[in-house]
Design a binder for this molecule. Structure first.
Ligand code: ADP
Length: 266
C-alpha cells in the first residue's frame, strides 16, 4: 500500500515497511531431537523383553510342556499376535528414530534395479499367496544403475507391495513397473484396491497416520519410514490415487552416473 484515502478523499502517503519476525527455534529442534533419541532408546530397550516374551509363548505352545485345551490355545494365539504387533511397532519405531537422528548409515553404491526386484520377489509372492493375489513385474530394458542403498530401497518397495496386497480385496492384482525417467529410475506399485481420498494423500506419509477404517493390522509407520529412506537417498516418493479406483505409489532414485567423485550432483 502506497497511499490511503481519507474520508475527505485526500490521499495520504503511507510509509511502506516490512515486519520481520525472527524466532529462535533451536529449543524446539533440541526438543524434537530429544524426543527422537528417547524413542530410539525405548524401542531398543524393549527388544530384549519382547524377544523373551515371544520365546516363552512359543514354549507354552509346545506340546512337550503339557497339553492345552482349545481355550488356552486360542488365548496363546491371541497373545502371539499381539506380541508380534508390539515387536513390529518397536522395530519400525527404532528404524524411524535411527534414520531421523542420522544414526543410520546408508550404504550407497551403484545398484542395478533388477537387484531390488530380486530381493523382494520371494517375500512379496509369499504374501500374495495368502491373499490369492497376483503380482506382475515389468522392468524396462536396459535399466541404468542407481545411486542408493539396496537394502533400504528393497525395504521400501516391499512395504509398498505389502500395503498394496493388504489393502486390496482377495484375488487382486498388483503391478510393479520400473523404468528410467530423466535422471532417475522410477518404481511404481499399482493396486486395484480401495484407493485413497485426496485429503489423506499427504497424511499417509506421516508417523502413525492411518486412513480411518483401514482395519486393525498396521502401525501407520511404514510409509513414514519409506519417505525418510527415500529422501535420505536424494529421491522422491508420492501417491496418485482416487477413492474406489486403486492407488499407484511411485518413488524415484537418482542414477549412479550423477555421482561424481565423492560429490553428489543434484
Ligand atoms: P500401515 O499399513 O502399517 O497402517 P503405512 O504407513 O504403510 O502404515 O500406511 C499408512 C496408511 O495409508 C494405511 O494405514 C492405509 O490407511 C493407507 N494405505 C497405505 N497403502 C495403501 C494402499 N495401497 N491402498 C489403500 N490405502 C493404503
Amino acid at each position: 500500500i502506497d497511499v490511503v484515502l481519507t474520508k475527505t478523499g485526500e490521499e495520504l502517503p503511507v510509509n511502506v515497511g516490512r515486519v520481520i519476525i525472527m524466532k529462535n527455534i533451536t529449543h524446539f529442534l533440541e526438543q524434537d531431537e530429544a524426543k527422537t533419541n528417547f524413542i530410539a532408546t525405548i524401542s531398543h530397550e524393549l527388544k530384549t523383553p519382547i524377544s523373551s516374551l515371544r520365546l516363552n509363548l512359543k514354549l507354552l505352545d509346545d506340546s512337550r510342556i503339557g497339553s492345552l485345551n482349545e481355550e488356552q490355545k486360542e488365548l496363546i494365539q491371541a497373545l502371539k499376535e499381539e506380541t508380534h504387533k508390539i515387536s513390529s511397532i518397536t522395530s519400525e519405531l527404532l528404524d524411524l528414530a535411527q534414520v531421523e537422528t542420522g544414526n543410520i548409515s546408508l550404504d550407497f553404491k551403484a545398484v542395478p534395479p533388477s537387484e531390488i526386484i530380486r530381493y523382494v520377489t520371494k517375500p512379496a509372492t509369499n504374501h500374495a499367496k495368502d491373499k490369492h493375489a497376483q503380482i506382475r513385474f515389468k522392468l524396462a530394458e536396459p535399466l541404468p544403475e542407481m545411486y542408493c542403498d539396496s537394502e533400504k530401497t528393497a525395504w521400501v518397495l516391499l512395504n509398498l507391495i505389502n500395503n498394496a496386497i493388504q489393502y486390496s480385496p482377495e484375488q487382486s492384482q498388483v503391478h510393479i513397473e520400473v523404468k528410467q525417467v530423466n535422471n532417475s529410475v522410477q518404481f511404481m506399485v499399482r493396486d486395484f484396491g480401495p484407493g485413497i481420498e485426496e485429503k489423506y494423500q499427504q497424511q499417509i506419509f506421516e508417523k502413525f497416520f492411518r486412513v480411518p477404517g483401514s482395519g486393525q493390522k498396521g502401525t501407520g509407520l511404514g510409509l513414514a519410514i519409506s519417505k525418510e529412506f527415500i529422501t535420505k537417498q536424494f529421491g522422491d516418493i508420492w501417491v496418485e490415487s482416487s477413492a474406489g479406483e486403486g492407488s499407484s505409489f511411485f518413488f524415484h532414485l537418482p542414477l549412479y552416473k550423477r555421482r561424481i567423485g565423492s560429490q553428489y550432483q543434484v
